[in-house]
Write a protein that binds this ligand. Structure first.
Ligand SMILES: Cc1cc2nc3c(=O)[nH]c(=O)nc-3n(C[C@H](O)[C@H](O)[C@H](O)COP(=O)(O)OP(=O)(O)OC[C@H]3O[C@@H](n4cnc5c(N)ncnc54)[C@H](O)[C@@H]3O)c2cc1C
Length: 461
């Protein structure tokens, strides 16, 4: 009880983990190396900074991300509470004002009597109770220490972040506001009484004709990219082999896969009508509000590794962005994660060291919500260990239980980060009934909620 528990990394997972431990009455020392040692992707010094998109995924209860959020609510996640308190309009998604979110988390952690924040890099895995939540951009020294522990199974990957535009520089005579199928933040179902163009919509949309789209794709493919450093070159060979973080793939790489790949990917026009033509455009670039003031918008799904002047030139080809001013350009980054199937248990404990937990992206669980969720579980389980209680292994029917099961049981040979999705849950017993996607989502959601509630009741000791 006297010895403080260490948490390494004050990101999404580490902040949630520290909070959970502290709420259970234990002292925590939270090590965060920023701002002394920057990561290359974080820009501030607050805890829980969102490095790329400001969206924490769907809020709809019958979507995989919505199911995970419900589980976080049931288990009292502090970060989800902060996200909901700093939410912005974003259709059916939970998007936040990134600065307000990080500030709120930081203030709550700073003012918790059981938590001490230490702004230092931890260079080795300490031999005392510790949660390692140093994220995809874990510092080099700590990475080496993890590599020593995990042998050769310490892997590299890459992610890329998308550009942010100042709203007043968007030409609203061309761009238009709408959410796909008229879904906006005040409605959880499609509004059938208004067409998308009558609906004020949460997104700013830039519509392309077929000709404009192909011109844009060609420009993207031939644009100059930032030179790759050695680890990124290694990663790129992984890209060629088909191993990449699909959700954050740079647009120029998607464009290379085929002329219409973008039109079926981040530029898909489904559910949108251009008010100028009354028709569905050939392709669309969407921008989503990025701060509470509504002065910044990020280009959705437009992660890129082009040189900054090239980004400025090429993104200004987008109809409506001809005079765009950029608050931040896109970038490509390292993504570090361990061989969880070899190293970890579904409780997030190391297989051979009970008091060493891993949480966040470093476990191979992907996505902001999944990272918060693993932080929450690692924190609760560390507290249980300190209380001589057995750590929780959540049922596989729950989204968090399924994620922890997946990363600790996947085939090591093809192990890649995994985010919340229905495919990792055990199949539903439907007695040969054919049901639609929505009903299926609802069935998964209800089963997950019942399984978690029952499990928590049974383990409330
Ligand atoms: C460039 C990039 C873009 C991404 N974009 C998205 C996205 O749009 N949507 C999404 O869902 N997910 C995205 N991810 C994936 C992932 O969800 C985020 O990285 C998320 O922040 C990971 O949470 P975490 O808590 O594991 O790590 P982080 O939030 O990164 O927190 C780790 C913390 O540990 C600190 N740290 C590192 N090493 C040390 C050390 N040795 N000592 C002390 N402190 C240390 C870091 O400074 C950091 O604050 C992205 C990842 C990257 C790298």
């Amino acid at each position: 009880m006297n010895q403080p528990i260490l948490v390494i990394g004050g990101g999404l997972a580490g902040s949630e983990a520290a909070w959970q431990i502290a709420q259970h009455g234990f002292k925590v020392k939270l090590y965060e190396m920023r701002p002394v040692n920057p990561t290359g992707a974080h820009i501030g010094s607050d805890l829980a900074e969102l490095v790329c998109s400001n969206s924490l995924g769907s809020n709809l209860p019958d979507r995989a991300s919505g199911v995970l959020k419900n589980e976080l609510r049931l288990m009292n996640s502090m970060l989800l509470e902060a996200a909901e308190a700093t939410a912005l309009p974003a259709g059916a998604a939970l998007a936040v004002d990134r600065d307000a979110f990080a500030r709120m988390v930081t203030e709550r952690i700073e003012s918790h009597p059981n938590i001490e924040i230490i702004r230092e890099e931890m260079t080795e895995i300490p031999s005392m109770p510790v949660i390692l939540a140093s994220g995809p951009l874990t510092s080099d020294s700590l990475s080496k220490s993890i590599a020593q522990l995990s042998g050769d199974d310490h892997l590299f990957f890459f992610d890329a972040i998308s550009p942010i535009v100042r709203v007043e520089s968007i030409n609203m005579d061309i761009a238009f506001r709408a959410s796909r199928y008229g879904k906006h933040s005040n409605s959880t179902t499609a509004d059938t009484t208004t067409t998308p163009q009558e609906d004020e919509g949460d997104y700013i949309n830039c519509a392309f004709t077929k000709e404009q789209y192909y011109e844009f794709v060609n420009a993207l493919k031939t644009a100059e990219r930032i030179e790759l450093r050695s680890f990124e070159e290694a990663i790129l060979s992984g890209v060629k082999a088909g191993q990449f973080f699909e959700g954050c793939l740079p647009v120029e790489i998607i464009a290379e896969r085929g002329e219409d790949s973008l039109a079926y990917g981040p530029m898909r026009p489904v559910g949108l009508k251009d008010p100028q033509t009354g028709r569905r455009p050939y392709a669309v670039v969407q921008l989503r509000q990025d701060n509470l003031a509504g002065s910044l918008y990020n280009i959705v799904g437009f992660q890129t590794n082009l040189k900054f002047p090239e980004q400025r030139r090429i993104l200004r080809i987008i109809p409506g962005l001809e005079n765009a001013e950029f608050e931040r350009y896109g970038q490509m980054h390292r993504n570090t994660f361990v061989a969880s199937p070899k190293l970890l248990r579904p409780t997030l404990q190391h297989k051979t060291r009970d008091d060493l937990f891993f949480a966040g992206q470093i476990t191979g669980v992907e996505g902001y919500m999944g990272n918060i969720a693993t932080g929450m579980l690692a924190g609760i389980n560390m507290a249980r260990l300190m209380q001589n209680k057995s750590p929780l292994t959540l049922p596989n029917e729950t989204m968090l239980g399924a994620l922890c099961h997946y990363v600790t049981h996947a085939d090591l040979k093809d192990f890649q980060p995994m985010k919340a999705n229905f495919g990792i849950l055990p199949p539903l017993e439907l007695e040969n009934k054919k049901i639609g996607k929505r009903e299926r989502g609802q069935a998964y959601a209800e089963r997950a909620a019942t399984a978690l509630e029952t499990y928590l009741r049974e383990n409330h000791d």
